[in-house]
Design a protein around this ligand. Structure first.
Ligand code: PMP
Length: 301
């Protein structure tokens, strides 16, 4: 990983109502969010200075907090305004945006009824995409040991920090075997998603994607489904079993960070980077461009 560590960068971070020097945006070690996973976050991306679907991300942040039983004391309008101001102050056109809300330090035990809710927003530079040639090769996925939990076991639909424990373990295990990422099944043994992105398959010109009933219904996933509909591609949302993997011809991941990333292998199964995948990659690259930019006008007109 290139670049300085994340605690040691120039500029400012917005934290609890003010812009603070980046290196001073700290929390105390006795913070509930750190000990008990009582934190929710977002991953957003700015293209040409504009966050793609900012309000949808902000709304999801609020919903995730509600699923963890707390209310973020800043409105969506306030959060969006601060995000835009922060991007401008940091001077980034293409950037990653990371809001996180957590329970503070007033109580230090399982119960945290009196704890203040905190919010911070950080942005860092991130190029709009890797070289097209590199992406077009596709990435290799391992099959993860851990499974996405039953919604009766955890608030599976929240973008909550605690749910990423099994994602980090699964991604590390995959990386140790030389894979880029891992495909996770759900608690029933159905195909679910990768460790930080949703998954799509293509068979006979039709797209298939798992029903998001125990994992994030990604904002990129929904965007790609709309783009597929615009192209006249059929998309089937359904339960997909791992036994079906050999029947699929193409596979790709979708996510704010992943954008549309072709998959060339899952375990012993091989996929080609076909026309539907390539078309949706291009359509996604076009749709994320800022509405105000001349390129976007040309692309949509
Ligand atoms: N699943 C997981 C576990 C993720 O972390 C992400 C990234 N936020 C996604 C799916 C894709 O969501 P989105 O398209 O909203 O970024």
């Amino acid at each position: 990983m290139a670049g300085p560590a994340f605690h040691d960068r120039p500029g400012v971070i917005w934290m609890d109502g003010e812009f603070v020097p980046w290196t001073e945006a700290k929390v105390h070690v006795l913070t509930h969010g750190l000990h008990y996973g009582s934190a929710v976050f977002e991953g957003e991306r700015a293209y040409g200075g504009e966050v793609f679907k900012l309000r949808e991300h902000t709304d999801r942040l609020h919903r995730s907090a509600q699923m963890l039983g707390f209310e973020i004391p800043w409105s969506a309008d306030e959060i969006d305004q601060v995000t835009n101001e922060l991007l401008a102050r940091q001077g980034h056109a293409n950037a990653y945006v990371r809001p996180i809300a957590w329970r503070g330090s007033e109580m230090m035990g399982v119960s945290a009824q009196k704890n203040t809710i905190h919010l911070s927003i950080s942005v860092w530079q991130w190029p709009s995409y890797f070289g097209a040639a590199q992406r077009l090769k596709g990435i290799r996925l391992d099959l993860a040991k851990y499974r996405r939990p039953d919604p009766a076991t955890a608030p599976s639909l929240a973008k909550a920090t605690g749910l990423y424990m099994i994602c980090t373990l699964s991604k590390h295990a995959a990386e140790e075997k030389g894979y880029a990422d891992a495909l996770m099944l759900d608690w029933r043994g159905r195909v679910a998603e990768a460790t930080g992105a949703n998954v799509f398959f293509v068979k006979d010109g039709v797209l298939h994607t798992p029903t998001p009933d125990c994992f994030l219904d990604g904002i990129t996933r929904r965007t790609v489904m709309d783009l597929a509909a615009d192209r006249g591609y059929e998309v089937v949302e359904r339960a997909i079993m791992p036994e079906e993997l050999p029947e699929f011809e193409q596979c790709f991941l979708t996510g704010t960070a992943a954008e549309v990333t072709p998959v060339s292998e899952i375990g012993s199964h091989r996929f080609t980077v076909g026309e539907i995948t390539r078309t949706l990659m291009e359509d996604y690259d076009a749709v994320v461009q800022p509405k105000s930019a001349p390129a976007a006008v040309a692309a949509s007109g």
